[in-house]
Design a protein around this ligand. Structure first.
Ligand SMILES: Cc1cc2nc3c(=O)[nH]c(=O)nc-3n(C[C@H](O)[C@H](O)[C@H](O)COP(=O)(O)OP(=O)(O)OC[C@H]3O[C@@H](n4cnc5c(N)ncnc54)[C@H](O)[C@@H]3O)c2cc1C
Length: 301
């Protein structure tokens, strides 16, 4: 169940692109044959989604910018930021939504809400590596006629978490003469994966898949992407912990948290939480009679 979300990302895309009014530019849904209409992907990959959101924000979007610290001031917040190739900036805003990881939220909140920060630091997050392995079609004996497989917890000797037959699910992902296999490694069950090199992971994955998929050649394309501390672990008592975190942060007016460590890890959980939050903030703004500071964040230094 823990890994189910890997198998449902096409459904997730469906939920997101149907959110009305969120996106300025329409996303192009990949045209699949009608018998494959239950799957859905976005041309250009999921990055097209954040790209479309970014376009909507225009020059209000600050990329490669890290929030170094936050200060609470009369009528709002000042967020001190560092951008890769620019001088540090300070942004003033009336309301603040922190949409980063639990660990980063803990760091930023520590001076203002130490109890919440302490709770946030206890949320474990697992790291994983995603390997995209491309093979010549003739080097793959198995016909890969499925979405792939997930490895259950009672098979600890299997070195991967799951495998997606990427070009079976989305044929546009590979040229006709090639196969694309996406391998997930690491996670909470295999924290040691972080100490391995990309080459070691590729070798392990390839030798594991060789018998299973009747591989007769090495991958001709390899891409390894690390997602460190990316998957929060919902251990027993998580819901109560989230309630305590929210109670502690509620003491700071107009500060809000969203993210995958609160109400679900999947993309649709994150979008649902963020949408609810955005609606609440819009409603609040509409009922407020007295504006104490500019609604949009402004640069103050
Ligand atoms: C490999 C992988 C595969 C997945 N597959 C699926 C799937 O198939 N289906 C599904 O539903 N879900 C999937 N998920 C889960 C889902 O994608 C994530 O849980 C979700 O995207 C997390 O969204 P988020 O907004 O909480 O965090 P993120 O998307 O991580 O966003 C947090 C952002 O905050 C920024 N940030 C952090 N600190 C600061 C700071 N100090 N200042 C400024 N910015 C900061 C980060 O740079 C980042 O951009 C997958 C996750 C992974 C890692």
């Amino acid at each position: 169940m823990k890994y189910l979300f890997y198998g449902v990302h096409w459904l997730v895309c469906c939920c997101i692109i149907s959110v009305p009014g969120v996106l300025a530019s329409p996303l192009t849904v990949v045209d699949l044959a009608s018998d494959q209409a239950w799957r859905l992907s976005i041309e250009g990959g999921l990055g097209a989604l954040t790209g479309a959101l970014g376009q909507r924000l225009g020059d209000r979007l600050m990329l490669r910018t890290k929030a170094e610290s936050i200060e609470t001031v009369e009528g709002g917040f000042v967020v001190r930021c560092r951008t890769e190739d620019r001088d540090p900036t300070a942004l003033r805003c009336r309301r603040l939504v922190m949409a980063c990881s639990a660990a980063e939220a803990a760091r930023l909140l520590e001076p203002h809400a130490p109890t919440a920060a302490e709770e946030l630091t206890t949320i474990d997050s697992a790291s994983l590596a995603v390997l995209n392995l491309g093979y010549r079609r003739e080097d793959v004996g198995h016909n890969m006629d499925g979405f792939g497989f997930l490895v259950p917890q009672n098979e600890p000797d299997v070195p991967v978490m799951g495998v997606l037959f990427a070009d079976t699910v989305f044929p546009h992902l590979a040229p006709r003469d090639a196969r694309l296999i996406r391998v997930f490694m690491g996670g909470a069950r295999d924290p040691d994966v972080g100490s391995k090199s990309d080459d070691e992971l590729v070798t392990t994955a390839h030798s594991f898949l060789t018998d299973l998929l009747q591989l007769s050649g090495k991958p001709t394309m390899v891409d390894v992407t690390w997602h460190r501390s990316a998957i929060p672990q919902y251990h027993l008592g998580h819901a109560a912990k989230v309630t305590r975190i929210r109670a502690a942060t509620a003491e700071i007016d107009d500060l809000h948290l969203v993210g995958n460590y609160l109400e679900g890890v999947s993309l649709n959980d994150c979008v649902r939480l963020a949408t609810t939050m955005a609606k609440q903030l819009i409603e609040q703004r509409e009922t407020q009679t007295c504006e104490t500071a500019a609604e949009q964040a402004t640069v103050v230094a």
